[in-house]
Design a protein around this ligand. Structure first.
Ligand code: NAD
Ligand code: MG
Length: 298
């Protein structure tokens, strides 16, 4: 069986033509309703003990990139708590089953990361259930395309900021007292931080903020032995994109603009998070690891 270590051609590793229909799922999109289904590494991610005994909290860990990271972390030996919205219970349960199938503990903690009280409770509950915390992945995100600035409602702007930026502040601040030397924080940014699309003005701005927040904090925490890094994905096939992240008519060609000529799959992101979470990356701090099919950026 092939896994992430199989030498093959990255161009043809996944279909160049995704075969995606023009989907318009309700937000938040469910992985179980995504057509075609995304690859979260269920049948391909092979762990080698790189995170043995670690305790991780992953926001948006029910689906897409966060779901793939949860599977990979568990197979590398970590116990995993995941945050997600209550509407995503079925997706979250599926990931929890996969974490447990890897012999690790899964903790499910639903709620809205746009709410400060939930963010604080999330960290408290995750830490208590896992018996500590040494990996924090801030990955939850909201993305709704709007053709014009006038079409971005005040509510959407506020929700995008709260979900993508305020949550990062609230959750990280609450986590710090629990994180010892050797702990790692990994935040999910985007190619949108550097090459913003005209129809993602609010979303793209939050991703630039996440990069800068992370680079500033990385310097502050490095002397304590806590490393902060970022993963910046390109176009990845997830429910976020099929629930208004892109206009439905853009989905059939999604990702074909990349030098690889195809969309990425969540499974292709997980190894970047594993690398940044593990002590292999001990001298990597304040870095943004681009996983985007070859699109140039600073
Ligand atoms: P996804 O929909 O699978 O994951 C996003 C998750 O965010 C959801 O599962 C949901 O649980 C969580 N979330 C959203 N709003 C929330 C709220 N108010 N409270 C709690 N949780 C909330 O999609 P994904 O693409 O895997 O997204 C993961 C991250 O990757 C996001 O930060 C996104 O911005 C980023 N990203 C995605 C792409 C892409 O092409 N898919 C590209 C660049 C960056
Ligand atoms: Mg989800």
């Amino acid at each position: 069986m092939s896994d992430q270590y199989t030498f093959d051609n990255p161009v043809t590793r996944y279909p160049t033509d995704l075969g995606a229909p023009e989907l318009d799922l309700d937000t938040p999109g469910l992985d179980s309703e995504l057509t075609p289904r995304a690859d979260l590494g269920e049948n391909t991610y092979r762990g080698t003990g790189r995170l043995d005994g670690r305790k991780a909290l992953i926001t948006g860990g029910d689906s897409g990139i966060g779901g793939a990271v949860a599977i990979a972390f568990a197979r590398e030996g970590a116990d995993v708590a995941i945050s997600y919205l209550p509407e995503e219970q079925s997706d979250a349960q599926r990931i929890a089953d996969l974490v447990e199938a890897a012999g690790r503990t899964a903790v499910l903690l639903p709620g809205d990361v746009g709410d400060a009280a939930y963010c604080r409770q999330l960290v408290a509950d995750a830490t208590e259930a896992l018996g500590g915390l040494d990996i924090l992945v801030n990955n939850a995100g909201k993305q709704q395309n709007q053709a014009t600035l006038e079409e971005i409602s005040d509510e959407q702007f506020d929700e995008t900021m709260r979900t993508n930026v305020y949550s990062l502040f609230w959750i990280t601040k609450a986590a710090l007292p629990h994180l010892g030397a050797g702990s790692t924080i990994i935040n999910t940014s985007s190619i949108q931080a550097y090459s913003p699309s005209e129809n993602l003005v609010d979303y793209a701005s939050t991703k630039a903020q996440i990069n800068t927040f992370s680079k500033a904090l990385a310097q502050q925490l490095a002397p304590k032995g806590i490393r902060v890094n970022v993963v910046a994905p390109g176009p990845i096939w997830t429910p976020l994109q099929a629930s208004g992240g892109q206009p439905p008519e853009a989905l059939p060609e999604f990702g074909e603009q990349t030098p690889l000529g195809r969309a990425g799959q969540p499974a292709e992101l997980a190894p970047a998070y594993v690398f940044l979470a593990s002590p292999e990356s001990s001298y990597v701090i304040g870095e943004t690891l681009n996983v985007n099919g070859g699109m140039p950026n600073p």
